[in-house]
Design a protein around this ligand. Structure first.
Ligand SMILES: Nc1ncnc2c1ncn2[C@@H]1O[C@H](COP(=O)(O)OP(=O)(O)O)[C@@H](O)[C@H]1O
Ligand SMILES: [Mg+2]
Length: 310
């Protein structure tokens, strides 16, 4: 969405983040999916790029992300690679000029196992006062140990889903001296985003009043979550013309939260099933019938919740 609207708001969080990073701390940005963590990370990356060597580890598969990181590090700091990585015909040239071209080494780097590649990057980052941006802390066990190594040689800025309670990720958190939580955007900023979008991607509204109620619907239904705003704007942009009925239809699920009752129903189900056995044991017929009814009821509720969620 930023490509169309530009980045909006978050001034305080950016100022706070810049302060933390300039004073040498590592930073974790928390918030639910779609709230704008990656977008904020990109802003920080842009603003700090001139002051520190800044590198980006994307939220993609480890090997691809590391290879990309190796290229960034090479262009900014020059990657320290073993001599066997350089084709024989260039070695003399390297000894003379001390410069290694990316074209000469990328093939060897492609073939290098993940651990070794990470190790090369870590060695090259040492002492450089670099900042490493991690688009996601949603990591596998191998990546978790990688991050550990990186945190020894660079400042980290990482985005993390607020709901993430995984132990291996909680274990990484002590590395981050500073944490910033992203909240939904205030209404005025949601409006600013919608207005900017409409300037670039005009939508035909059947009247000015419909336009206004469309903006208000987005303000309300999105709950200030950028991904939800984007979803609603996109689906409106696909419509030929927005008229009043459609305005009401523009809801986006990222803006709505559901309370998941499945665990409670499942406990109820187990309770009634147990009660059936107890009542059979003690020969209570009424109790037996009652617990049978309860079992069926809670079984249906559990199934219903499953279907609603799926
Ligand atoms: N402050 C903002 N201004 C403009 N667009 C934003 C802003 N925050 C997020 N977005 C847009 O909203 C979408 C979701 O944001 P993203 O950063 O991917 O969320 P997260 O990383 O938290 O899941 C992206 O398309 C992004 O461009
Ligand atoms: Mg993200």
């Amino acid at each position: 969405m930023e490509a169309i609207t530009g980045f909006v708001g978050r001034d305080e969080q950016i100022a706070e983040a810049l302060r933390a990073l300039r004073s040498g701390n590592s930073l974790v940005i928390k918030g639910r999916a779609g709230i704008g963590k990656s977008a904020l990370l990109r802003q920080l990356h842009q603003q700090l790029g001139g002051e520190f060597p800044c590198f980006w580890l994307a939220d993609s598969n480890t090997k691809a992300a590391l290879f990309d990181l190796a290229e960034q590090v090479h262009h900014r700091l020059s990657l320290q690679v073993p001599e066997r990585f350089i084709p024989a015909r260039y070695r003399m040239q390297v000894h003379r000029a001390g410069i290694v071209e990316w074209e000469w080494i990328w093939r060897s780097l492609c073939r290098t196992p993940t651990q070794e590649l990470a190790h090369l990057i870590v060695t090259s980052l040492r002492g450089s006062r670099s900042i490493l941006f991690l688009e996601s802390l949603e990591v596998s066990p191998t990546q978790a140990s990688l991050f550990d190594e990186f945190s020894g040689v660079a400042q980290l800025v990482a985005a993390m889903d607020a709901e993430n309670r995984r132990v291996r990720i909680q274990r990484l958190l002590w590395r981050f001296q500073k944490s910033i939580e992203l909240k939904p955007l205030p209404r005025a900023q949601v409006r600013a985003l919608v207005v900017r979008w409409l300037e670039r991607r005009p939508i035909r509204f059947s009247s000015e009043r419909v336009r206004e109620s469309f903006i208000r619907a987005v303000e309300q239904e999105s709950g200030g979550v950028p991904a939800a705003i984007q979803g609603m704007l996109r689906s409106a942009t696909n419509d030929e013309e927005v008229c009043p009925v459609r305005v009401r239809a523009h809801r986006h699920e990222a803006g709505v939260r559901y309370l998941d009752m499945t665990p409670i129903f499942a406990v109820g189900l187990i309770g009634f099933m147990a009660a059936r056995y107890v009542s059979r044991g003690i020969g209570e017929v009424e109790f037996y019938v009652l617990s049978g009814v309860g079992t069926v009821l809670f079984y249906s509720l559990t199934m219903l919740m499953r279907r609603l969620r799926g």
